[in-house]
Write a protein that binds this ligand. Structure first.
Ligand code: SF4
Ligand code: SF4
Length: 254
């Protein structure tokens, strides 16, 4: 297909697990690359050395602000990309790099790491450590429909992406406390257990039907709040979900 979008993977202080999750779409990834997107930048997979212009930048990892090359790269990414996606919990929220304190050889001064949204404007969040393959796939397909689709497809893509854009506007801090402050304390928790199921380090257990967070285990990934059905979803989007899934399934037919 001639009219593909261009996508890049920008690797900041991440572990490459987000890229592995993207690759875990298997044939779905090949379909995306075949029909919808050219991968124009990805140091792990392709020999392009400098950040080119692109439609969508999938940025993995946080930014070490004592590493001037990293700071320059994230600014360059914002300049060169129409849509900047914070891919995974480190880019969105800092995640495990929130605990960095420096002092290790051979760069003991590398002590301060920030989510990318603290340095540049971010359009879309894909939270999770790692983010799910399906969600990365969905965002790529929806970005394609947003940029290249007809009016109906653009509207559908807008409906899918809006909650993830709202999440990007909501800030760069995440913690298991989010489900306490923003869900339980607000009288919104219905005890479904999705937050406990989403937590990658099992920091949440359900006690008397409500989540209890072990904060010393929490790595500050934000998955619990993002997966909570009483957090940031609007019913308008949930009600369109069948149409969204149908569009994605249709798009991914090889
Ligand atoms: S409680 Fe678990 S899911 Fe929630 S932010 Fe902490 S580590 Fe992530
Ligand atoms: S995911 Fe379910 S159990 Fe957890 S805070 Fe949200 S509503 Fe409550």
């Amino acid at each position: 297909m001639a009219d593909k979008i261009t996508v890049g993977h920008v690797h900041m202080s991440g572990c490459t697990g987000c890229l592995v999750s993207f690759a875990d779409n298997y044939e779905g990834l090949l379909t995306i690359l075949d029909k919808y997107a050219d991968l124009v930048y990805c140091l792990t997979l392709a020999d392009v050395r400098h950040i080119p212009e692109m439609d969508v930048a999938l940025v993995e990892g946080s930014v070490c602000i004592q590493d001037h090359i990293a700071v320059e790269e994230i600014i360059e990414t914002r300049k060169n990309a129409k849509i900047v996606v914070a891919l995974g919990a480190c880019a969105c929220y800092g995640n495990i790099t929130r605990f960095a304190r420096g002092g290790q050889q051979n760069q003991p001064q590398h002590e301060s790491y920030l989510p990318i949204g603290d340095l540049i404007d971010v359009d879309v969040y894909i939270p999770g450590c790692a983010p799910t393959p399906q969600q990365i796939r969905n965002v790529c397909v929806m970005a394609y429909l947003l940029l290249k689709g007809n009016d109906e497809q653009k509207a559908l893509a807008g409906a899918y992406l809006t909650p993830l854009m709202n999440l990007a506007k909501a800030g760069t801090e995440a913690c298991g406390c989010d489900v306490m402050y923003n869900v339980i304390n607000q009288g919104l928790c219905m005890g479904c257990g999705s937050c406990a199921a989403a937590c990658p380090v099992r920091a949440i257990t359900m006690v008397y039907g409500k989540p209890q967070v072990e904060r010393d285990l929490c790595i500050k990934c934000g998955a619990c709040y993002a997966q909570c059905p009483r957090s940031f979803f609007s019913f308008d989007v949930v009600n369109q979900y069948e149409g969204i899934i149908d569009a994605i399934d249709a798009a991914l037919q090889p």
